[in-house]
Every structure is written in C-alpha cells, then in structure tokens.
Write a protein that binds this ligand. Structure first.
Ligand SMILES: *Cc1c(COP(=O)(O)O)cnc(C)c1O
Length: 231
C-alpha cells in the first residue's frame, strides 16, 4: 500500500471517529485511534507513523520485536493486544509500552518480575470477556474486581482501564451491549477506588463497530482493516 492510499484511508477513519463522537456529544479528541499494524510490513507501518499514527497495535511477541527494531528511529508507542502466554512475558515487558490483554494474575506477576529486570513499567488494560464466547480470552465480568485488586500492588503495572472484543459475526446490537457492559464494569471498579488503579481507559471498537463503541464511551478504538486493508 502506498502513502497516498494510506493517507486517504486514515482520513476516512478519522472522519468516522469524528462523526461518531459528535453524534454522541463527545469531543473527538477524547477518542484515541490505535492503528493495529499486526501482519502489516514494517515499511507500511512506517508510512502510517509518518501519516500521524503514533500508537501501534501488535499481537505477536516475535513480530513486535522485529518492528521495534525496524522502527527504532521513530519509536512509536507499541501496544500489545493479543493473548500473552506466560513465557512471553519477558518479550512484552521489554518491547511494549502498553498491554490491552491482561487477563490473569499469573501473567501480571510474570510481567512484574520481567519489568523489574529491565527497569521498565507498563500501562495495562484488563481484558474482559463481555461476550461470554468460550474461545475469547479475557477475565469473566464476575472475576474482574478480584483480579484488579490482586494486580494493584504490582508497582510496575499501571492499570489504566478495560478492554473488550465484541462477539464475532458483526451483530451491532450485540456489540453495543458488550461495550455498554464494559463501561458499566469500569464504573463499578471506579466506585471501589482501588489504590493505584485508574479506570479512565475503555479500549473497545474495531473497524466494523467503532461507531457503536464510541457511542458507549470508548476512549481508544483499535483499527486494523479499515486502515491497512484485509489481512
Ligand atoms: C486485529 C485486532 C483488531 C483490529 O481489527 P480490525 O477489524 O482489523 O480493525 C482490534 N483488536 C484486536 C484485539 C485485534 O486482535
């Protein structure tokens, strides 16, 4: 994909975000566009960075490591959004600035240890399985508060909010119910005022459902296909 096409696609996505925010009575600047660059070649990712996408999403540790090297001169903000096996905690701790897929205490503890070793810290969102689909990762809504309380004392992890993925199949009403549930859960955790835990970030909405997510309060939308084409 060339620079011109990418810039056009980016402008179209930004327009969608702006329109959705305005319809919801929200400030478009309060919605961050996370460009999901997984599977996209580093040269194209560089074009996206140059076009203004400074937050980039990856879902495989090895691919992230390669791109961190190839884009070291511009150093984007790298966001990890795929499932993390515990034995990949070292790579995520070394390479990612932010993690959207924290789903269990065991992973948090492994990350804390690896972050101490490289003297870094990590912004994390807890992934919640709002759709109830068995194959989806994420903590069950009923277990969220307990997990947040357990992660809170780990000082290298800064809990910033929640993330969810809508069910497969593109049913917008079903997606919207999941997004609404995530916003409600964040509100509930906020009400518990756990020390050191922030709940300002709601990462929800992708290429097909970002409008519904923004209507329900998304602060980050994660967009791959609409920017880079079909994977
Ligand atoms: C791939 C991916 C996206 C981007 O999805 P698109 O439909 O391509 O916009 C967003 N979030 C997560 C967690 C992903 O894995």
């Amino acid at each position: 994909m060339g620079r011109e096409e990418l810039e056009q696609r980016l402008a179209a996505v930004r327009r969608r975000i702006d329109d959705a925010a305005r319809s919801a009575g929200r400030d478009p600047a309060a919605v961050r566009l996370l460009a999901v660059s997984k599977t996209v070649p580093a040269a194209v990712v560089r074009l996206a960075f140059e076009a203004g996408c400074h937050d980039l999403g990856e879902s495989r540790a090895q691919e992230l490591a390669g791109k961190v090297r190839e884009l070291a001169d511009v150093s984007p903000r790298w966001v990890f959004l795929g499932p993390v096996q515990t034995n990949k905690a070292r790579d995520v701790a070394r390479d990612a600035d932010e993690l959207h897929s924290l789903d269990r205490l065991e992973l948090a503890v492994a990350l804390q240890r690896r972050l101490e070793m490289v003297d870094r810290s990590l912004d994390v969102l807890v992934q919640v399985n709002t759709s109830g689909e068995a194959e989806k990762s994420g903590v069950a809504p009923g277990d969220l508060t307990e997990l947040v309380r357990a992660v809170a004392p780990l000082d290298r992890l800064r809990v910033r909010g929640l993330m969810t993925i809508a069910p497969r199949g593109g049913d917008l009403d079903a997606a919207r119910r999941c997004f609404r549930e995530l916003a409600t859960l964040a509100e509930r955790v906020r009400g518990e005022a756990v020390d050191g835990v922030g709940m300002d970030e709601l990462s929800m909405g992708m290429s097909g459902d970002l409008e519904a997510a923004i209507a329900e309060g998304a602060t980050t939308v994660r967009v791959g296909t609409a920017l880079f084409g079909t994977r």
